[in-house]
Write a protein that binds this ligand. Structure first.
Ligand SMILES: Nc1ncnc2c1ncn2[C@@H]1O[C@H](COP(=O)(O)OP(=O)(O)OP(=O)(O)O)[C@@H](O)[C@H]1O
Ligand SMILES: [Mg+2]
Length: 112
């Protein structure tokens, strides 16, 4: 199993959720986070002075899937989250050693 951790623009959540529904991806955790990438945030100019906001609001999606589904799920997230502008976000893939559904005791892929 692999945990797909996707940092996306908050405005793209609905598109991403729709894409995941089409793939019948079930479970997901969404967290409001703040982060920065290469540009180290964004620079604004207000009344002639320039200031920088270092941490920009993003959403972190965490989705654990069987290994063989990783590529299609990542592809769907990337397509749905992309605008082509800087700050579109990033996807990290993290190996997962095990899972348990607490109600039934099912394990690993059966627990997802
Ligand atoms: N190396 C990293 N480690 C952890 N989180 C990261 C990393 N890079 C980006 N992020 C997270 O992803 C969010 C979006 O990053 P962003 O898309 O701006 O990356 P980038 O490398 O600057 O690419 P781009 O040039 O397209 O903006 C950040 O706000 C942060 O939450
Ligand atoms: Mg960036």
């Amino acid at each position: 199993m692999v945990k797909i951790e996707a940092l996306i623009r908050p405005q793209r959540l609905e598109e991403v959720q729709e894409a995941l529904r089409e793939l019948s991806v079930g479970g997901m955790t969404v967290t409001e986070v703040r982060g920065m990438g290469h540009q180290r945030g964004v620079t604004h100019t207000y009344r002639g002075s320039t200031y920088t906001v270092n941490l920009v609001p993003k959403l972190k999606l965490e989705i654990v899937v069987p290994k063989e589904r990783v590529d299609e799920v990542v592809e769907a997230i990337v397509q749905a989250a992309k605008t082509g502008e800087v700050g579109d976000g990033k996807v990290f893939l993290i190996p997962v050693d095990g899972a348990v559904r607490i109600r039934t005791g099912e394990r690993d892929v059966a627990a997802l």
